[in-house]
Design a protein around this ligand. Structure first.
Ligand code: ADP
Length: 468
């Protein structure tokens, strides 16, 4: 689980706020609850203390308190009811002290004497070591012959403690359950709310300059996500316009340049052949002609690319033998290789049927062989192989040339990308050959890959679908 995701952070925040509220409410609930229960118990004890006080000082008081113990035991049964009763005279003499309670929650003799006698009545919570406290109500009753008695009646806080701790346990058990339910529910809710973002991300990953006409899905929720999807779609629209404008510009520009360039080349060729031309001028015209030829090659390639971009490559879609096409092309280019004393071998015996634009696929073979010859030093060798493998037609051109450095490999199919020009003594080419090959392969539902090692050579592999 990604702890930095919006989903996780929102759920964690949600759950911790809830837990804090739960704990706070618990504390706010438990403290007053204990107070009010203990208050009710103390009131009862105070009533009893008053009754006993009135009784021992009233007209029916046991004479000289001789029958005090029996009377109290008969009426209040402190031991059986686990109650504490103590009657003290002002001089500190304890007139009566109840016995050990049945529930053993306190030892009556261990209950400290009240330090200050109240004017009338008082209530306190008497702590008794580590055990439960004693909820004590005291009543000061004036003695008939002067002075006063202090009647103390108490009960253990054990029952309240038990009830509250049971409630606390229930609370503690309920908290994680509530948290899991709320956090889980929140997580699912947030995931549902963010689902449009996932859909948009998935779709955005699939949109490239090839399918800029596609749009992100818009969930009609009327919220920020809908507005975001619409804004991104409008942006895609603007990008599409810009790209098609620049494609159109490339197509128009290369098309418009072809005619004047042909005229310039023609004129320069005528001029170069003019016998009246002085030798040094003829040389300069020759090099101008070379540059014009290079320029027109670049323009031709740009024009070809713009046609491929516009999807006009499949004009002549036919079924043919790729092996035959490759063997024929290798034959035609054999002379070029021979000039550089490079051995060019072709292994393409069995027919390999493909469907597509024959002229464009021939251009693929020509460009690959042309590059192999260009970037292989004299005495090297080039091998062209065409075979059918796993339902695919595979055309492979391997050379023993200068190779391509690893950092350049990911870029060589990009337009106008050329590996360091000083590597080759060939001034022609503008880094468009491989871009054209890639576009042609793509238009045929195929792909091109390369493996290369500097100083040892390169292998370009084209894969196309085999014709049925
Ligand atoms: P160019 O027309 O300049 O050759 P390409 O698109 O055909 O452009 O090739 C791009 C770059 O890839 C070239 O600059 C060249 O350095 C490198 N390259 C292409 N084919 C080979 C090869 N067979 N051996 C070594 N480098 C190659």
């Amino acid at each position: 689980m990604n702890i930095r995701s919006i989903r996780f952070r929102l759920t964690a925040w949600y759950a911790s706020v809830l837990a804090a509220i739960f704990v706070l409410l618990g504390a706010l609930f438990f403290i007053p609850l204990r107070r009010s229960i203990e208050g009710i118990m103390l009131e009862t004890e105070a009533r009893r203390a008053r009754q006993i006080g009135n009784f021992i000082t009233g007209p029916f008081s046991p004479s000289a308190h001789s029958g005090l113990a029996e009377t109290i035991e008969r009426f209040y049964a402190p031991e059986r009811n686990s109650r504490f009763i103590r009657i003290t005279r002002q001089d500190g003499t304890v007139l009566y002290l109840s016995g050990a309670p049945e529930d053993q929650t306190f030892a009556p003799a261990a209950v400290p004497v009240a330090e200050h006698w109240p004017a009338r009545s008082a209530a306190r919570r008497q702590a008794l070591g580590s055990g439960p406290a004693l909820l004590l109500a005291a009543f000061r009753a004036p003695a008939p012959g002067g002075g006063s008695y202090l009647v103390e009646v108490g009960t253990s806080s054990l029952s309240v403690d038990r009830m509250l701790s049971r409630l606390g346990l229930l609370f503690a058990l309920a908290l994680p359950v509530v948290l899991v339910v709320v956090a889980g529910g929140g997580y699912l809710l947030i995931r549902r709310a963010l689902r449009p973002v996932d859909l948009m991300t998935g779709k955005a990953e699939l949109i490239s300059h090839h399918n800029l006409d596609e749009r992100l899905p818009v969930a009609p929720s009327g919220d920020e996500l809908e507005r975001l999807a619409e804004a991104l779609n409008r942006m895609l629209g603007r990008l599409q316009d810009t790209l098609s404008n620049s494609k159109r510009f490339l197509a128009d520009a290369s098309h418009e340049l072809r005619t004047p360039l042909t005229v310039v080349r023609g004129e320069l060729e005528n001029l170069a052949q003019d016998p009246r031309l002085a030798p040094d001028l003829a040389d300069r015209v020759g090099s101008l002609l070379e540059e014009a030829e290079r320029l027109s090659k670049i323009v031709e390639r740009l024009f070809a690319l713009s046609r491929l971009d516009a999807g006009e490559a499949q004009s002549e879609w036919v079924r043919f033998d790729l092996a035959g096409l490759a063997a024929g092309t290798a034959d035609q280019m054999g002379l070029l290789a021979e000039d550089k004393r490079i051995s060019l071998t072709c292994e393409a015996e069995a027919p390999v049927p493909v469907e597509g634009d024959r002229a464009r696929l021939k251009q693929v073979v020509v460009n690959l062989l042309d590059n192999a010859i260009k970037y292989t030093p004299e005495g090297g060798s080039i091998r062209l192989r065409v075979s059918a493998l796993d339902g695919q037609a595979v055309l492979q051109v391997s050379d023993t040339g200068i190779g391509i450095p690893p950092e350049a490999l990911p870029h060589i199919f990009e337009r106008f990308y050329r590996v360091d020009q000083s590597r080759s003594r060939q001034p022609d080419g503008a880094g468009l050959g491989l871009a054209i090959i890639k576009s042609i392969c793509k238009a045929h539902g195929g792909e091109i890959g390369v493996e290369s090692a500097v100083g040892r050579g390169s292998t370009f592999r084209v894969r196309l679908p085999l014709a049925a």
